[in-house]
Design a protein around this ligand. Sequence first.
Ligand SMILES: Cc1cc2nc3c(=O)[nH]c(=O)nc-3n(C[C@H](O)[C@H](O)[C@H](O)COP(=O)(O)OP(=O)(O)OC[C@H]3O[C@@H](n4cnc5c(N)ncnc54)[C@H](O)[C@@H]3O)c2cc1C
Length: 442
Amino acid sequence: MLEQTETLTLQQTKQAIQTEHAPSYYAASANPSPKRDILRDDIQADVCIIGAGYTGLSSALHLLEAGFNVVVLEAARVGWGASGRNGGQIVNSYSRDIDVIEKTVGKEKAVLFGEMAFEGGRIIRERVEKYNIQCDLKDGGIFAALNDKQMKELAHQKALWERHGNNQLELLSTTDIRSMVNTECYVGGLLDKSGGHIHPLNLALGEAAAVESLGGIIYEHSAAVRIQRGEPAVVFTEEGSVTADFLIVAGNAYLGGLMPELQAKSMPCGTQVVTTEPLSDEMAASLLPQDYCVEDCNYLLDYFRLSGDKRLIYGGGVVYGARDPANIEAIIRPKMLKTFPQLREVKIDYCWTGNFLMTLSRLPQVGRIGSNIYYSQGCSGHGVTYTHLAGRLMSEVLRGQAERFDAFASLPHFPFPGGHMLSVPFSALGAWYYTLRDKLGV
Ligand SMILES: Cc1cc2nc3c(=O)[nH]c(=O)nc-3n(C[C@H](O)[C@H](O)[C@H](O)COP(=O)(O)OP(=O)(O)OC[C@H]3O[C@@H](n4cnc5c(N)ncnc54)[C@H](O)[C@@H]3O)c2cc1C
């Protein structure tokens, strides 16, 4: 194979290397976790994984369980990216649903995607139980409809998911949803009892501990800055290298230009989250009596839930191109108060932003480069469950069972219009269009 190298700009690397966790509620309430070493040696492994988010950690766990020797390189800290700062919502299926995939790949192949659509949530629950991960896991998630059109779409989604084996769904009338979410914003909803929520950083930290309990090694503050493709491949950090038979690229929205062929077909986007001060027991129970998590059905959606210590965690805005907004509270607080005006006097304790990776189709970007580099990224906003499935698919493909990995790898992906430089304005235009549609309810 031809040897080829890529280099991350030194500035990007330095930024990542100096970074601790985002100042989120999750970082403030993280379970104790050791600081990992920086890689300062030239070492070997069967598999080198770039990125210690859910994609990287889930891949590492599945591979270790299958007997591979695994090294994970993380530019910052375990769970530093989207995995440690997301809304914590276990949302089934993918950012575009199975019927959309069916139109792309045909009915027969779509059955496979249907079978996999609820697997990620099951993997999370298996991990939590097997490795005794303390991450405030709660069952039950609601998709909330803001108008009749969205309600019709939810009825369609229910029938679709039931066809693919999810029998834990319940359509909610206006009266039903108001007994579960104390707001007048919604006309109805869909409850998925196999959805749910978690403290996302504690899930990542627990998975990292599980990786290490099986002999996997994780290096922190050890960004991959250059890849020498070949058999074996060599991944260089600033102070060391890993020579490996297989390489898994799991850097998602924070990968930058390390793999240029992946960058053209995906775009980092920021979304913002706030967390209130702890609510009184009465207030928490009145907002969300069953403690389900909620996301609305808008394209640019709001999502919220209670934390383990009864704060409201509320997320919303999207910034294309992943620039950090100056005043997150000013963006999210009005959304929160529109949903729950009863929180007017409640203080916001934490605000943060995080990046997810968007593809044009909003379906995950999966595949292989050469014979031994594998990647999975671009869940486009709904990745907590899919990334856990992705880890299992990585382990399957490295063991020679490629059918399910190849199903995802066969999904077509296209560059953003206008190329990398213009993708942000084009997508902002798209966002404006969808915001207008959300507002008009069409
Ligand atoms: C604010 C927010 C809210 C969200 N809410 C939800 C939700 O409620 N439900 C849901 O399903 N999804 C949600 N998502 C999406 C979900 O969090 C992501 O899809 C998922 O966590 C992606 O996991 P990942 O491992 O692929 O990427 P990440 O978690 O971003 O991990 C990538 C890791 O790779 C590292 N890395 C990058 N480049 C290098 C390099 N060169 N060398 C070494 N390491 C590198 C990064 O430092 C990072 O730690 C949300 C995302 C955000 C940002």
